[in-house]
Design a binder for this molecule. Structure first.
Ligand code: ATP
Length: 608
């Protein structure tokens, strides 16, 4: 397929006036795409060349892209910089200069999806001495042959931001639209159930709602596969190849991360026992959540965000090879610095020193980590996610051999609040963050925050609320002394996990050090947007909108009703944070992992 077809659709998606329209355009593009190009089209629309867990990143620097624009259009660097400063988007810059080239192109070829993808992949893979020249050559080759809108999207993709507003959730919505025609054939029972539930409705309404529910059902089905195999290129390939039946071929595999299960929160031991009854209670270790995959001697370690972190933890790799008594296994735990002799857990900041690219060996000897394991999802070819926690934990216990690096989390069984509270206090006094109580009969629920796990942290007992993780959706330029930093205050949002949108909840100007303001300015100016993106809901208009990308941890005095914020809005009031302060960046979280609108509402109810 010609890349120009893809670029034309990207153009339409970019100018769509609603999420619905955007998803329809995207579904049309995927429908038009053949099996041979489908993976590539999916990755390009995500601004990637591979799923995240492969760790191949494009992320070219702006200077290199500017140089490629200069080389291929004939305009001077000064002219390009001037236009960039005005527009803030190199995609728009090359769009204009490409359409008005002052330099003749000598050799031009029609760009296919495969050609664009192959050059981008080579850019992503080239490293080391001479790689900058290679990247420049490969990019210039594409710019040379591209028309204006092709060049615009190629520039954006290599910079790692398509600005299309197409999140993974919208891509799954589009897939549900495309394959909804197969639903009545393959899911007769489910269709009957939907029709039964809607039979009282008038015909017109019934039709619309049936259609909506079919798509919801399909999206959930696709999402259940995405949760165990988070690679939409692969999922879409299977769908194209075999229709909905292709989904049956997507299974857990070592080397492919599973999306993590997440914990709900309640405010005290009584509430937890009331919710779960007899439950298992473990310490809440304050370190890094790691998902470990072992296939014979090969070990891969993924972060909470599914990044491959194997190279950072050589002592854990060795520990897993020596201690885990199973051929093929996927299990999870929290890794942190721990002094075995004194039974002392070190604070999060110490463990965080291990998140590094250089000096790994020295640091691993200075601050070795211990992995406290708490779940087992896959064992020797068997998916264990549907077993109860009791069964999974029993198997997990049986495969951990003796040794220092890999241990099972300490746990107790609690049937009453007193026992739970006692364990909580013991855990806190040992330096842990609190406890996590777990439903003994729950399955492993990938990618969701359900009441299978409930956390109780020591901060919940303080006067203030627990911290929240908010997404930055815009910023206000600094006034007075802060003008020099570019950023003065942040507009932040919670995540609406139903609508997949980000709703404003706080304006944060306090707690930001000069260092952080500078860092924020660097990070945010790269993802600035001319207009509010379609997945953001806010009546407050910041000086600059940004792509919802970065998550920060925030504390506040309280949650109050507010006429100006969009979170949990009903009638005239939404919810807002009073005196919010930034604590730190949460680089281990994606925007979709931020505090949700529902969590905000329950925190508000709890603290009323
Ligand atoms: P927080 O910000 O409170 O650390 P979170 O938002 O990162 O939490 P949650 O799902 O709310 O994640 O809480 C569960 C997290 O607690 C896990 O992601 C894991 O990193 C950590 N954890 C520590 N000890 C345990 C344990 N015993 N079982 C499960 N998770 C644990």
């Amino acid at each position: 397929m010609d890349f120009s077809i893809v670029a034309d659709f990207f153009q339409k998606i970019e100018s769509a006036s609603s999420r619905l329209e955007m998803t329809d355009f995207y579904a049309e593009l995927l429908n038009k795409t053949d099996l041979t190009d489908i993976k590539e089209v999916i990755y390009l629309s995500q601004g990637k060349i591979a799923p995240d867990f492969n760790g191949i990143e494009l992320g070219l620097g702006e200077n290199l892209v500017i140089e490629a624009i200069r080389k291929t259009t004939g305009y001077s660097k000064e002219k390009i910089m001037q236009d960039f400063l005005k527009k803030g988007d190199l995609g728009e810059v090359i769009y204009f200069f490409s359409a008005n080239k002052i330099q003749k192109t000598l050799f031009k070829e029609v760009l296919s999806v495969q050609k664009v993808f192959s050059n981008l992949k080579r850019i992503g893979l080239s490293s080391g001495h001479g790689s900058q020249e290679t990247k420049l050559k490969l990019l210039s080759e594409l710019f040379n042959s591209a028309n204006a809108s092709e060049a615009k999207f190629i520039a954006r993709i290599v910079l790692g931001k398509t600005r299309l507003g197409l999140g993974d959730s919208s891509i799954m919505d589009a897939l549900a639209i495309i394959y909804s025609f197969e639903f009545p054939i393959l899911f007769k029972k489910e269709l009957n159930l939907i029709e039964e539930n809607l039979k009282e409705k008038k015909e017109e309404k019934r039709k619309i709602e049936t259609d909506l529910r079919i798509k919801q059902n399909l999206k959930e089905l696709i999402e259940s596969k995405y949760n165990i195999h988070p690679d939409l290129g692969f999922i879409c390939f299977k769908l194209k190849e075999k229709g909905l039946k292709g989904l049956n071929e997507i299974e857990i595999e070592t080397g492919i991360p599973i999306r993590p299960t997440l914990a709900e929160r309640l405010s005290n031991a009584e509430e937890i026992i009331e919710k779960l009854g007899k439950c298992i209670v473990e310490g809440k270790y304050d370190g890094l959540r790691l998902q470990c995959h072992k296939n014979k001697d090969e070990v891969i370690i993924f972060s909470r965000k599914q990044e491959n972190m194997t190279a950072m933890f050589p002592e854990l790799v060795k520990g897993i090879q020596e201690q885990i008594k199973a051929e093929k296994v996927i299990f999870e735990g929290e890794a942190l610095a721990f002094n075995e002799k004194e039974k002392k857990f070190y604070p999060f900041q110490i463990t965080m020193q291990r998140k590094r690219k250089y000096g790994v060996k020295e640091k691993s000897e200075e601050v070795p980590l211990t992995l406290f394991c708490f779940d087992l999802m896959y064992l020797n070819g068997k998916n264990l996610m549907d077993l109860t926690l009791t069964e999974r934990r029993k198997s997990l216990n049986s495969i951990i051999g003796k040794g220092k690096r890999i241990k099972l989390t300490d746990s107790i069984l609690a049937s009453d609040a007193k026992t739970l509270e006692k364990f909580f206090n013991e855990s806190v006094s040992k330096g842990l963050e609190g406890i996590i109580a777990k439903d003994l009969n729950a399955k492993y629920i990938a990618g969701a925050r359900k009441f299978a796990w409930i956390k109780l942290k020591k901060s919940y007992n303080d006067e203030l609320n627990d911290s929240m993780d908010l997404v930055i959706i815009g910023f206000f330029k600094g006034k007075g002394k802060r003008t020099q930093f570019g950023v003065g205050a942040l507009l932040c949002a919670v995540f609406d996990s139903i609508e997949h949108s980000f709703k404003s909840v706080a304006k944060i100007g306090t707690g930001l050090s000069e260092e952080q303001l500078k860092e924020l300015n660097e990070l945010l100016s790269v993802i600035s947007l001319k207009e509010k993106p379609l997945n953001v809901v806010s009546e407050i208009i910041p000086d600059v909108w940004v792509e919802p990308k970065y998550v920060i941890e925030v504390i506040a005095d309280e949650i109050t009703r507010s006429p100006i914020h969009a979170a949990a809005k009903s009638e005239n009031n939404g919810l807002a944070l009073r005196f919010p302060r930034m604590i730190q960046f949460r680089q281990d979280k994606n925007p979709e992992d931020a505090t949700t609108e529902n969590e905000l509402i329950s925190l508000f109810e709890r603290n009323k």
